[in-house]
Design a binder for this molecule. Structure first.
Ligand code: DSN
Length: 414
């Protein structure tokens, strides 16, 4: 690379990723092929519109590429329609709202402090300025069960146009059938934001909301799907909804699609179709169970009482007297990256909350099995219990580096 300043930063980031362990549950490593497609000459191309109806010339190969990505993702999720143009998860969600709602219409989604996402109605977001968001919560944060009775009550009271299932910090299983039943009762459309677990669903290890009758799924493509940073919107079977969503993406909220990202999405979807990927997602779940077991053994409180998916939300302040921010910093020092996170009913502020959120997608990509994951959980707890002991932290850092070296980040998945 001729730009030495940027090259130096890329190399430094590469070293950080190689030598540390990535436990942020929304991060992962992509294959060399995904990187190659993402850095391909499709970067140079403008393609406003959709296959067969573009506004610029020179679309000899973009149409075939976008059709391929659509065909693959529809096959993976068993749906009829897909829009593969969203630049990421937030525009994907915004586009669904824009497509289906009028200003002031109601969306019923999961409360942020109970695991929902900013784009599900946080007051500082654009959608929250335009539409009305009401929220449902867990009945009991120690079991993670959603309060479906209250969800129904709110649905009957507020008559939402969209009922939204989905999360970024929830570790249990949602009862999609119940969502659909309630939505049908009040005439709402069902939307599942599956950004965190889309890959696990596509790989067959978690239930697909479409199998229970959900209308729409949105997702990012870079988490468990192990693709480029991007988004998708899937529609199970309703063509009218799919057409509205296409219009909402372009020209509604986006201009030219990023065809290089769509190329990388197509490659990632191809990788997700392989038997190897199915094994990978099963192992993600086994690995988070192994970490859960260690936390249980050490009496660390987990929100939801444990995990059914790839992530764990632990109340480190309540259990160890270490705040989420302190935990994030001290774990970073020993080479483990994760993120501080608010927990349900948190009395602390979001920038120094009570919890940490971590997960297994990235370390599973590296080849970690239950044994290594349990060991990492032990090392995490040891670090937190000895957060001011330089010597112990140094020895843990050495262990982490050793593990990272033993399990290099793979470049090929197929
Ligand atoms: N930032 C992503 C996450 O970490 O969950 C979702 O927005």
């Amino acid at each position: 690379m001729r730009d030495k300043q940027v090259e130096k930063l890329i190399k430094a980031e590469e070293k950080r990723q190689n030598e540390g362990l990535e436990l942020i549950p929304s991060e992962n490593y992509v294959s060399e092929d995904v990187l190659k497609a993402n850095g391909s000459v499709f970067t140079n191309k403008y393609s406003e519109g959709y296959p067969g109806r573009r506004y610029y010339g020179g679309q000899d190969f973009t149409d075939a590429l976008e059709r391929l990505a659509i065909e693959r993702v529809c096959k993976l999720f068993k749906c009829k329609f897909a829009n593969v143009q969203p630049h990421s998860g937030a525009p994907a969600n915004l586009a669904v709202y824009f497509a289906l709602l009028n200003p002031g219409d109601v969306v019923l989604g999961m409360d942020l402090s109970h695991g929902g996402h900013l784009t599900h109605g946080h007051p500082m977001t654009l959608p929250a300025k335009i539409y009305k968001f009401v929220t449902y919560k867990m009945k009991n944060p120690d079991t993670g069960e959603i309060d479906y009775e209250d969800l129904r009550k709110q649905a009957l009271e507020y008559k939402p146009k969209i009922i939204l299932a989905g999360f970024s910090a929830y570790s249990r299983t949602l009862d999609y059938k119940k969502f659909v039943e309630i939505a049908r009762e009040v005439g709402a459309i069902t939307m599942a934001d599956m950004a965190h677990i889309a890959g696990i669903i596509a790989g067959g290890a978690l239930r697909n909301p479409f199998d229970d009758g959900f209308d729409i799924i949105t997702s990012t493509t870079h988490k468990t799907l192990r693709g480029p940073r991007g988004g998708i919107i899937l529609t199970r079977e309703n063509e009218e909804i799919a057409k509205k969503i296409d219009k909402a993406i372009f020209p509604g909220i986006q201009g030219g699609p990023h065809m290089h990202t769509i190329a990388a999405k197509a490659v990632a979807f191809g990788e997700v179709m392989t038997p190897k990927y199915k094994k990978y997602v099963k192992q993600i779940l086994k690995n988070s169970k192994a970490m859960e077991k260690v936390l249980h053994k050490n009496n660390i409180r987990m929100i939801g009482g444990g995990t059914d998916n790839h992530l764990i939300l632990a109340d480190v302040f309540g259990s160890l007297g270490v705040t989420g921010k302190e935990a994030q910093i001290v774990l970073d020092e020993v080479g483990i990256t994760l993120n501080m996170n608010s927990i349900a009913g948190d009395t602390r502020k979001p920038l120094d909350p009570s919890g940490i959120r971590f997960g297994t997608p990235a370390i599973t990509t590296r080849g970690f099995k239950e044994k290594e994951c349990a060991y990492v959980a032990e090392l995490m707890i040891k670090t937190l219990k000895n957060k001011d002991d330089k010597k112990i932290k140094e020895s843990i850092h050495k262990e982490i580096k050793k593990l990272a070296k033993k399990f290099p980040i793979p470049k090929r998945f197929v």
